[in-house]
Design a protein around this ligand. Structure first.
Ligand code: FAD
Ligand code: NAP
Length: 307
């Protein structure tokens, strides 16, 4: 039989890296499985101002700082996309596209992915002016007019970031009040490059054969209009990355994984943490907090079943 891990952590974002750290420091055999670069969503954040201990830190730098100590405590890293998990009698099986792993426990920390608007032009112009990542693509739009769609923390914070490059950023929001934290709202209202279009939805993204040129909008009074722009950044919330776990029946109807306060799903030995979890506050601090709880709970669970 192949190696048996005490715990496999799926996803190396803030939540998964912390769970791996806490499990490894309990002297467990830990595998951290990731399909991309360690750090997850943090790699797409230009500046983090609300992680205690750092007045301001770049997301990519915080990712590195979290990942570095893992090797010291013996965490094994592997790359791969988890396709399925099986809960068998004694062990649990984690299946990637080219590997099958055996483990006693699993911590799911796969995060969430940006929602699509599902409007005309969104697929056609993806990568040709439509983006879901300001830090990745913002610099392509120097002195250009941009549209940001959404009214939460992501939309407003990323619109502020985009003003470093763009000549003007118009935030289009479907209601008349933002959902974003007050401090972020105030910064946007004070930014001369940011304009707001309230009670308005984008119906269609249009362009020529090379790139986006305009969006067609409609307001609550049913008045339609078009606005010229070179880029459209869409930040309308997140969907959980939980497809590989749907067979386990541990999610709600929208795919968020349900746990108790100790991060336990309803399957003994399977835990879930971070953005993929059903919860109200999706932050690095909460991801890290949940990672530490899961790390300790894995240890306690193994003590219980092995002694
Ligand atoms: P993630 O960071 O999403 O990590 C999940 C990891 O799992 C990813 O690396 C992914 O590749 C991997 N994965 C997924 N599926 C699989 C699979 N099948 N197999 C293998 N690996 C898989 N929070 C703050 O506290 N401060 C901020 O300033 C802040 N700014 C933000 C800005 C934006 C634009 C956004 C969208 C969010 C921001 N947040 C911020 C929220 C914060 O980024 C998240 O709450 C946090 O990073 C979530 O961490 P996580 O580990 O749960 O998930
Ligand atoms: P969010 O908080 O869910 O906000 C989504 C926004 O998009 C809402 O304003 C929503 O409108 C709008 N929206 C949803 N569907 C839409 C549609 N079909 N058409 C038009 N608009 C639509 O998502 P988020 O801003 O991406 O944030 C995700 C999580 O990350 C949150 O927990 C957030 O706190 C966290 N985050 C934190 C920070 C930070 O701490 N600095 C930064 C970024 C993100 P309504 O308001 O009408 O619902």
């Amino acid at each position: 039989m192949s190696e048996i891990y005490d715990v496999i952590v799926i996803g190396a974002g803030a939540a998964g890296m912390t769970a791996a750290l806490y499990s490894a420091r309990s002297n467990l055999k830990v595998l951290l499985l990731e399909q991309g670069a360690p750090g997850g969503q943090m790699n797409n954040i230009a500046e983090i101002e609300n992680y205690p201990g750092f007045a301001s830190i770049m997301g990519a730098e915080l990712s590195l700082k979290m990942h570095k100590p893992l090797t010291k405590f013996g965490v094994e890293n592997a790359y791969g996309t988890v396709k399925q998990v099986k809960n068998q009698q004694k062990y649990k099986i984690v299946i990637t596209e080219d590997m099958i792993y055996t483990t006693k426990t699993i911590v799911i920390a796969t995060g969430a992915v940006y929602k699509r608007l599902n409007i005309s032009g969104e697929t056609e112009y993806a990568g040709k002016g439509i983006s879901y990542c300001a830090i990745c693509d913002g610099a392509f739009f120097r002195n250009k007019e941009l549209i940001v769609i959404g009214g939460g923390d992501s939309a407003v914070e990323e619109a502020i970031f985009l003003t470093r490059f763009a000549s003007q950023v118009t935030i289009i929001h479907r209601r008349s009040a933002l959902r974003a934290q007050k401090i972020i709202q105030d910064r946007a209202f004070a930014n001369a490059k940011i304009k707001f279009l309230w009670n308005t939805i984008v119906e269609k993204i249009q362009g020529n054969e090379r790139s986006v040129t305009q969006v067609r909008i409609k307001n609550k009074q049913n008045n339609a209009d078009t606005i010229s722009c070179k880029g459209v950044f869409i930040y309308i919330g997140l969907n959980p990355f939980s497809k590989p776990f749907l067979n386990l029946e541990i999610t709600d109807k929208n795919g968020w994984i349900k746990t108790d306060a100790n991060m336990k799903t309803n399957i003994p030995g399977i835990f879930a943490i971070g953005d993929v979890r059903k919860k109200t506050l999706r932050q690095i601090t909460t991801a890290v907090g949940e990672g530490s709880i899961a790390g300790q709970q894995v240890y306690l669970y193994l003590q219980e079943i092995e002694n």
